[in-house]
Design a protein around this ligand. Sequence first.
Ligand code: PGA
Ligand code: ZN
Length: 399
Amino acid sequence: MKIKNFTINQIFDSRGDATVEVVLVNEKNTVFRSSLPSGRSKSSREVRVLNFKEVSDAKHVRKLGAIEGKEFQSQRSFDEFLIRLDGTKERKVIGGNVMLGCSMSFARGMAAERKMEIWESLQKEFFGGSSKKIWKPFIFSNLINGGEHARNNLDIQEYMVLVQTDRSIHRAVQEVISFYEALGKELVEEKHVAVVPIGDEGGYATDFKDNKEPLVILADLIRRRNLSASFSLGMDAAANSFFSDGGYRFEGRKVTTEKLAAIYRSYFNKLPALLSLEDPFSEDDKGGFALLAEKLEGKIIVGDDLTVTNRTAIEECSSEGLINGVIIKPNQAGTVTEAAEALHAASRGKMKAIVSHRSGETDDVFIIHLAKAAGVYGVKIGAPARERIFKFNELLRIG
Ligand code: PGA
Ligand code: ZN
């Protein structure tokens, strides 16, 4: 694709925080637009996000202007050009967010030129062309919010249902939607409130007795609705957010890594429906991951802040045997090519890859295309409501 020009616009995400969209225009004056989500429980090793003021600075505009008038034959060559242009590991010159916006819009442009869907075009370049295998991802849908995504008393950030789509994606989405509604009604009654507060990812965010109660409520509702064959449970502890001075602040007490591992183990023992656990420990507490990796057969321990969609970090965690699942967030990495490389590292390490949204989202559905192109194990897309519904709908269309 030959790039004629670009624009960066300021927009707002689902939390009302400022973010940007990047518009690339090709020679035929076709416009390709992509917008960037933003995280709240972030790793310190994610690429830098520049704000609108920084990216509208004349120096920045001139720098990125180097892409104008240039033609690139592949996603990789475009992304490598951007990486060289920025020249820093943290992507602080062009900004990881702006780079990814350019990269996604370029991917859209390439797909249009190839007369393909975005996922087909990505699959062709990065994932060995067309796959005969039908894609049946798990939907990771976050229905109860805590931690930094809510104002309630939960230390754990996310309580998800993991829904199989092997019978039909349509049916699975329909089931998540009615489950979400039923859960809301139930919480209104159980918690004696008129309305249940909603967290950043659309999940319910009332106070609970303790960090286990949401799991018990979800498991019980799954049983009562006869969904045990297709629904299981997942949690994202996002433990960075309650880690300080070498310990974890959990339910009002300071607990050690060993104690926290024992708590997680007791959840797995008491609730057989619990299948996956993301970021159970801080990104600086690899010892915790190693502790938990033992004796949890059949369960998925997932890295997110630990692995930051970085190929090398994923390879390290794989060789150390710390995790068997990994979150892929393109905006942790900065380009589509690097996200694809992270996906390859995950598959070489026999990890279950889960392509994920962020807590501050836009209507951009690019991640669903990346997920399908790579044929990943799961898509993590929040509650089936509000701005998150765009991802569910794209899954229905292309999945
Ligand atoms: P974030 O949270 O987008 O706020 O970082 C999502 C997650 O931790 O998976
Ligand atoms: Zn996470």
